[in-house]
Structures are given as C-alpha cells and as structure tokens.
Design a protein around this ligand. Sequence first.
Ligand code: P6P
Length: 344
Amino acid sequence: MERTTLVQHIRQQEKTIPGATGEFTSLMNEIMVAGKIISLQVNSAGIGEDILGLTGKINVQGEEVKKLDEFSDITFTKIIGQSGTVCAITSEEKEEAYIIPPEDHPGKYIFMMDPLDGSSNIDVNVNIGTIFSIYKKKSPGLEVTDEDLLQKGSEQVAAGYIVYGSSTIFVYTSGQGVHGFTLDPTLGEFFLSHPDLKIPEQGSTYSANEGNWGIWDESQKDLVAYLKEEDSATGRPYKLRYIGSLVADFHRTLLKGGLFMYPKDSKSPKGKLRLSFEAAPLALIVEKAGGKASTGNQPILDITPTGIHDRLPLFIGSKNDVEMAEERLAAKGKKGSWFKWLSG
Ligand code: P6P
C-alpha cells in the first residue's frame, strides 16, 4: 500500500505554490520533530523520570503549570526558535512574544502555540494535544511589531494540532484541504491516514461543560435545552460527549460532526478559550474541512486580536449545527432584551 509521509505530503503541496522557498516545509518538519519528542514523553509519562505533576509555577493564564506543560513549551520554543524559519514565537504559557535573536537567523514566519492543551487531563492519561498557527511577518524591516503578532485568523498561512492519545495524530491545513497523519512509533514516522478530511454538514453530538449550567446566560441554557429535546425530525436529542481537552473534543467533532461549545459565563465573561492559541487555528482547520467557527455571533477568522492572550466564546463544528446555535442565541437574545425593555 502506498504510504505517504508527512514531509512528502508537505513537499507535494509546496510544489503547487509558486515561489515556494522550502522554508515552510522546513518549519513544518521542525514542528513534527517537536511533536514526536512530546509524544514520547506523554506516552512514557509516569515511567522513569518524574515528568508528571506540578512545577509549582503559575502561568500568565493564572493556571498551575504542569511539568509536561513546561517541557512542551521549552521543547517547541528551542526547536522552532533555532529553525531559522521564524522571527517570533508566542505561547499560551508565556506573557510576551519570544523574539528570535539575530544569531538564530530569524525567518519570515510567526509561530503561535498552545504547547500542551488539556493540562487538567495530563496526569489521568486522557488525550491532550498541541495546537499551532503559522502567520507570515507583515511589517517591513526586521523589527517584530503588533502588526505581526495581532493578525486576523484569516491571515494564517497554516494551522494544525497534534493529539497525543491512543495514537499520535498530526492534523494540518495550509489552505489546500485538511489532512491527518498517524505516527508509526516503530518507524518514528507520521504517515497519511486521513486524507482531505471533511466534517459532516450536521452532527448528532454536542460537547460542552454542563457543570457550568448555573453560570451560563439564558440563551445558552435555552440552546442546550433545545438540543436535549426529543424530536426525531431534527435528529434530537443530541448525544453529549465532553472530554475536557479541547484538542480531543475538537478532533472527535471534526471526524464525526457535531457542535463543540465553550460559551462565555459569569466566571469567564469573555469566554475561557484563547483566540490566538486555540480558536483561530481550529477555526481555520474546521472551515477548510467545510465546517464553521464563531463566537456565537461573529466568525472567529474575522476577529483581530487586541492582545496575544485574548479570550472569547467558541462555537465550532458542523456548519448546520453552528448556524443553528447562532440563530437560537440571536433569537433568545432578542426576546431577552425585549423582555428586559418591557419589564423596565
Ligand atoms: P473546563 C483545558 O484546560 C482547556 O483549556 C481546554 O482544553 C478545554 O476545552 C477546557 O479548558 C476545559 O475547560 O472548564 O471544562 O475544565
């Protein structure tokens, strides 16, 4: 059987891009190398060196930093930072952008990452993952400015994620379809396993942390209650699937269809998930696979960040399901405001 490796696939795509210099292929290759190193650590965590547990540090998000979080952030930063393909790296784990020093030969790309998403699941052997975005430097000259670091998701050159689970899967898009590769641990090579992924137009599953019901607003409660109602004509009730690792919940949604939601709530009034490190890369992937991604009322890819750690609500998945969510949230929101106006 013809087996295409990740690097072969990227090179084939590169040949279709006029003026391609090979820098992008080189960057993707380094991301793959870092992913293999993390995969090895994740799959042997708990055996030998003490890589599980907490570092005792708190990151810029105010979250406890796990040893594997820090290991992943350092690994990606070193390998990508010395690849000669990027001029800056931003990370969910770091307050500020890391600007590549002249001695490491900065390149034309900007690399953004959530080095290890799903921290709360690391020590209990549940799927976790890396999410990344690649942009091109926009501002003139060598200095990296906000114009480079705060670009709309639609400006991404490429986006991808790596799921470390029962197998390690690398999924990416560089604008020409979405493709998945599975790591063969005996050869240490990623092989094409999910060519040209397309998300079903409508699913039968919703994914949300219902433990937040009490802090959701009325329109969110109405939406989830609607999904639970019995109505065979519209395929309801939907099944609930929620792992609590965005990469794992998204990967299942991409393959099976459905709706993943992390809405705003009274604890996280802007939403919990990050625009640059989570929502924008997954939005590019889902839209290139025929799905949709919005805040509930605005396409994720149209949003220009005000800061590299911006958070926002996320509704992502099958096109029909995201559109249904947007319509119901808008309708309930109107009724709600009308009621507020009436009741003074
Ligand atoms: P909650 C994991 O910590 C994460 O950032 C995402 O991977 C996941 O979707 C979300 O938070 C889970 O949040 O509030 O349900 O635990």
